[in-house]
Design a protein around this ligand. Structure first.
Ligand SMILES: Cc1cc2nc3c(=O)[nH]c(=O)nc-3n(C[C@H](O)[C@H](O)[C@H](O)COP(=O)(O)OP(=O)(O)OC[C@H]3O[C@@H](n4cnc5c(N)ncnc54)[C@H](O)[C@@H]3O)c2cc1C
Length: 402
């Protein structure tokens, strides 16, 4: 007897996931590991570059470790980051963050490497991947989403599924097609520019806040350092690649501490620009659910998006398992998952918006930092918070799903 083709009306997939990156690929991996039939589709090729810097904070690294992927990531040549130097208007806190007494290594992998690794692991776990397939519509049966319609290299296709996951980023097609309303939209609060530099050679993270600008340096693959500049939307850099790069490099070099780090370095890429809305959407409905940036996105200033997308994949895999196995109703399981997710994310959402407003630091905060800088234990505690070693929301969320 020949196996029936999956994805048909008669033989739907358990889950079709739209988007094969930080939310979609690990979700596909986790569901396939539990024996569910999954197809992940993406309009791009797996591991194509995307607009993003790369720092994975400690909660995200913990998830990669739980999935067995930290060693794989290190094998790609991604340097572990064990030192951090934070400079707030000249108050400098530096040292090595620790989690439970051990060195808390974090990573800033190129997305071409990270996303390809996640997709490879999803496929090795049994998920199917359809690349260069753009979802353009949904199959709706009896008021429930029951699959996707799209176009790929082989022409148009319908893929039927018991659940469709929109892990398709902040401009989510799935969210648009189900007309998911924004629950909260704080708009664009900051802009950013980033580029890759050779010859910096600092092994740790450096973050410098001066005036209403924030600059971050993270070592990444190939001996390069990714350097990002965050600035208020009213500071206009001008139009066109040359103007952007000129604004970017002059803002960096204006800060002596950064200028010194860049003294013998070369910018090896054009500056890339981004402006991200801070918004949350209703994230589930009959037969559909959103994961990662599709449901909740925010300014990159807090470097939370990758870790949050991993957390969504973890929590949603549990919820889908509960619903698809019949342990509870699918819609109830998804409703519970999104309510828990929202509760855990409200804090980081509010904190990110506050950071993205780039308001000048108050005198009390700076005086506190001066005291902190003089106390070794207080410095370590501050750095731990910065990398997320002590993140109460993430720790609670991790507890939910492990
Ligand atoms: C400038 C910038 C810097 C950032 N820096 C950091 C950082 O340092 N650390 C951090 O944690 N986060 C950072 N982020 C945030 C991070 O990039 C996102 O949170 C993360 O990529 C979200 O992953 P995702 O899988 O939800 O969505 P995405 O990475 O956006 O992936 C969505 C995928 O869906 C696919 N897709 C979309 N529409 C369709 C369709 N119709 N059909 C088929 N496929 C479709 C896309 O091709 C894409 O591959 C940054 C973001 C920006 C913009």
């Amino acid at each position: 007897m020949t196996a029936r083709k999956k994805g048909t009306k008669e033989e739907p997939y358990d889950v079709v996931i739209v988007g094969a990156r930080c939310a979609g690929a690990p979700l596909g991996m986790l569901l396939a590991r539990r024996g569910y039939s999954v197809e992940i589709v993406d309009r791009n090729a797996a591991g194509a570059d995307t607009l993003s810097t790369h720092w994975i904070r400690w909660p995200g690294v913990q998830r990669l470790r739980a999935w067995g992927l930290v060693t794989e990531l290190e094998k790609t040549g991604c340097p572990p980051i064990v030192q951090a130097c934070l400079d707030f208007e000249g108050r400098v806190l530096s040292g090595g963050p620790r989690a439970g007494g051990i060195e808390a290594a974090t990573y800033a992998p190129r997305r071409t490497v990270l996303d390809a690794l996640l997709v490879a692991e999803a496929r090795a776990s049994g998920a199917r991947l359809r690349e260069r397939f753009a979802v353009t519509g949904l199959i709706v049966t009896g008021g429930r989403v029951a699959g996707v319609r799209g176009v790929g290299p082989d022409g148009p296709a319908d893929l039927h599924a018991r659940v469709v996951v929109g892990a398709d980023g902040r401009n989510s097609t799935v969210a648009r097609l189900v007309e998911s309303p924004a629950v909260e939209d704080r708009g664009i609060l900051a802009r950013s520019l980033y580029g890759y530099w050779s010859g910096i050679g600092e092994p740790g993270i450096r973050v410098v806040f001066r005036g209403r600008r924030g600059i971050s340096l993270w070592p990444t693959h190939d001996g390069l350092t990714v350097v990002s500049l965050v600035f208020p939307p009213d500071q206009a850099p001008g139009r066109g690649p040359a103007a952007l790069t000129e604004f970017y490099t002059s803002c960096l070099r204006e800060v002596p501490e950064v200028g010194r780090a860049l003294a013998d370095a070369d910018l090896v890429s054009p500056a890339r620009a981004a402006a991200v809305r801070n918004a949350r959407r209703r994230a589930h409905g009959p037969g559909w659910v959103l994961a990662g940036d599709a449901g909740h996105h925010k300014d990159p200033v807090s470097a939370q998006g990758i870790s949050d997308a991993f957390a969504d994949a973890d929590g949603l895999a549990d919820a889908l398992d509960t619903g698809l196995s019949g342990a509870a109703g699918l819609d109830q399981a998804l409703a519970r998952h999104t309510a828990t997710r929202d509760a855990h994310r409200l804090g980081t959402f509010a904190y990110t918006c506050e950071q993205a407003e780039l308001r000048p630091f108050g005198a009390d905060f700076l005086a506190d930092l001066t005291r902190t800088a003089a106390d070794e234990q207080a410095v370590e505690a501050f750095l731990n918070t910065f990398v997320g070693c002590d993140a109460p929301a993430d720790a609670a969320w991790l507890g939910d799903s492990h």
